[in-house]
Design a protein around this ligand. Structure first.
Ligand SMILES: [Zn+2]
Length: 217
């Protein structure tokens, strides 16, 4: 069994459990794009190895050991993303799939050097927290832009990294981390939003407002 495959399971179970009350075989199958039958089989193997538990009531849950391994791989992924942007000047829309491959082969020594060169960053280029070496994770109090009140000014703390075309579009309209956005008008009929960035008015779709995370000013 390839360790890369195991690492991807643990990482995605960790990510799903942050957003969903219960991680199921089907939610995992959807996220990994692997058939439910193969996912069940793998879950059984991982339960035997002691990195997760699977019960009908609680679904799939990582054990302390499983969580530690998941956070290690997420740390490598996000440090590598940061390195690609800060040192190699990649755009934030180009880095996720690059880091997807590198997270599995980065040695602990390389991880340490990159962390040092970057000055021990706490967040990655998308605003996602980078877990510390001992597995602590810094959480910001952000909420999705679609929940911001009309007339309020908010600051961008995090952007979903799930779609690179969307990231490209978001930067093309002038949105980056720490940018201030004025919520000018919320359209009730389609949930789009009229916002002002750098004195420019732009209408953005509900998909975008749900994928940008902000704090109140
Ligand atoms: Zn990221």
């Amino acid at each position: 069994m390839a360790s890369e495959q195991i690492e991807n399971y643990l990482k995605n179970i960790y990510k799903l459990s942050a957003n969903e009350s219960k991680v199921t075989t089907s939610s995992l199958s959807e996220k990994l794009q692997i058939s439910p039958a193969s996912v069940s089989e793998m879950i059984k193997k991982l339960a035997e190895e002691g990195t997760l538990t699977h019960t009908p009531y609680k679904g799939v849950e990582l054990t302390e050991e499983g969580k530690k391994l998941a956070l290690q791989i997420i740390r490598k992924h996000r440090l590598w993303e940061m390195f690609l942007v800060e040192v190699l000047h990649f755009g934030w829309d180009e880095i996720d799939h690059e880091a997807e491959r590198f997270e599995h082969i980065m040695s602990d020594k390389m991880e340490e050097k990159i962390d040092h060169v970057l000055g021990h960053p706490l967040i990655d280029p998308h605003g996602d927290p980078i877990p510390t070496k001992d597995g602590k994770i810094y959480c910001s109090m952000s909420y999705p832009l679609d929940e911001a009140k009309e007339g309020s000014t908010v600051k961008v703390l995090r952007v979903s990294d799930s779609n690179s075309e969307m990231l490209q579009y978001i930067s093309s309209i002038g949105i980056s981390l720490n940018k201030e956005i004025l919520v000018k008008q919320k359209m009730k009929f389609d949930n789009s939003m009229l916002i002002t960035i750098d004195t420019k008015d732009i209408n953005i779709s509900a998909t975008i407002t749900q994928n940008i995370f902000v704090e109140s000013m």
